[in-house]
Ligand binder design. Structure first.
Ligand code: FES
Ligand code: FE2
Length: 393
């Protein structure tokens, strides 16, 4: 009799507490304790822009005095969307009856009411705090009393002569379009999965990275106070060892040294995996560069072509991170997985996230939140180095 057939297999399920990001869900509330990028600095402008983050539809704009604003789209008067609003010096004016809202949702004018609205201070347009850094606009969607400082990162603060910070919102690294139709955690787990590199990127996609990366690494996983760290060791010329450290850092940071150049030193860039909703994410990146547009040039090429230029047959022939991760489905079915020792990074990351959910449930602060200036600088270990074999032993 045949065994192991697909007939009668149980219906798969996924771990909601790790994947779902809506308000009121465990992960949604954990992620709401942090600042997340919602756009490039230039995306906040005089034209209202629809953005979606953690399952919430919002409107991003910049008032005439230069202050960025992020507001709930439904006008608190009678619910028209502020997407059709007009941005003015002091705020955004709803197209329907002209109520004017400032970046903190105060109602400044009700033009159809006597005296411009005598009770206008009684109504508030729901809004979220935003701050700008590294060429990105960050938003805090969590409880006001728990709002941490917007963190700084050593690799984006300590610049060499000639370096400056550039931001990018294309999906660098994975190839693929800017909006990626699967759960954010599928991508985040990929960062602590060093064994896919020689397989997916070394043979399937046709040597996407420097030749060294094609060798199967010796790997050490480590849980850090910030998340999970992966050290990959590969033989290099002259009896040396190439040590590459990548990290995932709360809340969704992807800290990966560029695999396309053999450049040694501290990691060049940070990627933020932004959950748009439960089954879509995008990536914002900020990095040290010496020429404008340098971040975008790091994008993967498959068979010598950009992802968008590939035919369906070429996508099938040369799959990359986009194909592998969206191939797991909109939200991967954890009940159907069979984890092996090489998934040690993924296992540690899930356990780390469980510990953070636990912290929130017990009323503690999660990792990497700081409320005073000195603690808001986060030091990272990620980077690449050539080390002696003795050090690597
Ligand atoms: S619905 Fe916005 S002003 Fe009336
Ligand atoms: Fe990858």
């Amino acid at each position: 009799m045949d065994s192991g057939t697909a007939y009668g297999r149980p219906q798969g399920s996924y771990r909601k507490e790790l994947t779902e990001v809506g308000a009121g869900t465990p992960m949604g509330e954990l992620l709401r304790r942090y600042w997340h990028p919602v756009g490039l600095t230039g995306d906040a402008c005089a034209v209202p822009r629809q953005v979606k983050i953690l399952g919430e539809n919002l409107i991003l704009f910049r008032d005439g005095s230069g202050r960025p604003g992020l507001v709930h789209p439904r006008c608190a008067h009678r619910g028209s969307t502020l997407y059709y609003g007009k941005v003015e010096e002091r705020g955004i004016r709803c197209c329907y009856h002209g109520w004017l809202w400032d970046v903190q949702g105060h109602c400044l004018e009700q033009p159809c009411e006597e005296g411009g609205g005598k009770n206008r201070e009684r109504v508030r347009q729901p809004w979220f705090p935003v701050e700008e850094r590294y060429g990105l606009v960050f938003a805090y969607l969590g409880p006001p009393a728990k709002k941490p400082l917007l963190p700084r990162y050593d690799c984006l603060e300590e610049l060499a002569p000639g370096e400056f910070i550039e931001a990018d919102d294309s999906s660098i690294g994975g190839g693929g379009p800017a909006l990626i139709p699967c759960n954010w955690l599928q991508h985040w787990e990929n960062v602590v999965d060093p064994f896919h590199v020689p397989v997916l990127h070394g043979s399937f996609s046709g040597a996407q990275f420097v030749a060294q990366m094609g060798a199967t690494p010796r790997v050490r996983f480590e849980v850090t106070p910030r998340g999970v760290k992966v050290e990959s060791l590969r033989p290099a010329d002259g009896g040396k060892v190439h040590r590459r450290v990548t990290e995932v850092v709360m809340p969704t940071l992807r800290v990966v040294p560029n695999p396309r150049v053999a450049k040694y030193g501290k990691v060049e860039s940070i990627g933020w995996v932004l959950p748009i909703d439960d089954s879509n994410f995008r990536i914002y990146v900020a990095g040290r560069v010496t020429a404008k547009g340098e971040l975008g040039r790091f994008r993967s090429r498959m068979a010598g072509k950009a992802w968008s230029a590939l035919s369906e047959e070429e996508h099938r022939e040369y799959p990359g991170d986009f194909e592998a991760q969206t191939g797991q489905g909109p939200i991967t079915l954890h009940s159907e997985e069979h984890l092996a020792p090489s998934d040690g990074g993924v296992v540690r990351l899930r356990r780390f996230l469980e510990s953070q959910l636990q912290a929130i449930a017990e009323g503690r602060d999660p990792a990497c939140v700081a409320f005073n200036g000195q603690d808001a600088l986060i030091r990272l270990d990620a980077g690449q180095a050539l080390i002696d074999a003795a050090q690597a032993a």
